[in-house]
Design a protein around this ligand. Structure first.
Ligand SMILES: [Zn+2]
Length: 189
C-alpha cells in the first residue's frame, strides 16, 4: 500500500453531483449502478484518472499491471452496501485488483489504512521481510489492514520474492523502472 496523491475528479463530478447521486441511491434503495455521463459509464471516466495517479497499480496490494492480470475495478473504501450516500464520492473510490476487492468484500473498519491519507507513509506502518515476502505490521492499523486485504496470502508473498529478484536482476537501467513493477514497496526494499 503505497501512498498516492489523489488527483482532481473530472470537472462534471462536482461535490454537488457526488452528493446528489449518493443521496438518490440511498433514497431509492435500488441496486448500485454506475450512471452514464457523456455516453460513457462513470467508472470508465474515473479509471484512467486513478490509473495515472497510481501508475496502474492496485491501491492496496500494489499489484501491477491492472487490466491484464486483473480487471480494473473501482473499490468503494466505505462499502456502497452500507454507505450508499458515499457511493459516488470521489474520495471514497480506489483503483483496486480483483483479489483485494474479494478479500475486502463489503467489510469496513475505520482503523484500516488508506493510501491517500495525507500523513500516510508505508514505512511508518510496515516492514518488509525480504526472506519470507511477508509484510510485518508495525502498528495496529497495519495489522488490521493486512488482515482485511489478506496482504500476506501465500501467492502474494511468493510473488513478491520473485518480482523483487526480477527487479534486482534487471541488468539494464531501462528495465529497472520501479513503476513498471508490482509491490514497489517490496521490490525496492
Ligand atoms: Zn490488490
Amino acid at each position: 500500500m503505497i501512498r498516492f496523491e489523489r488527483p482532481d475528479p473530472p470537472s462534471w463530478m462536482t461535490e454537488e453531483w457526488q452528493r446528489e447521486r449518493g443521496e438518490k441511491l440511498a433514497k431509492n434503495e435500488k441496486p448500485f449502478r454506475w450512471p452514464t455521463v457523456d455516453k460513457l459509464r462513470v467508472n470508465l471516466h474515473l479509471v484512467p484518472i486513478l490509473k495515472s495517479a497510481s501508475a496502474n497499480h492496485c491501491a492496496y496490494c500494489d499489484g501491477h499491471p491492472l487490466g491484464t492480470q486483473s480487471r480494473e475495478t473501482i473499490d468503494h473504501f466505505r462499502p456502497k452496501e452500507t454507505f450508499q450516500e458515499l457511493a459516488f464520492t470521489w474520495s471514497n473510490l480506489f483503483l483496486c485488483c480483483d483479489v483485494c476487492q474479494q478479500s475486502k468484500s463489503s467489510k469496513f473498519s475505520e482503523s484500516w489504512l488508506k493510501p491517500d491519507e495525507t500523513d500516510y507513509d508505508f514505512e511508518d506502518h510496515f516492514f518488509c521481510d525480504i526472506a519470507s515476502g511477508r509484510l510485518v505490521p508495525l502498528t495496529e492499523r497495519a495489522e488490521k489492514t493486512i488482515s482485511a486485504f489478506d496482504l500476506n496470502n501465500p501467492e502474494l508473498t511468493t510473488d513478491r520474492i520473485h518480482r523483487r529478484r526480477d527487479y534486482l536482476n534487471a541488468s539494464d537501467e531501462d528495465d529497472r523502472i520501479l513503476n513498471d513493477f508490482p509491490y514497489r514497496f517490496f521490490v525496492d526494499a
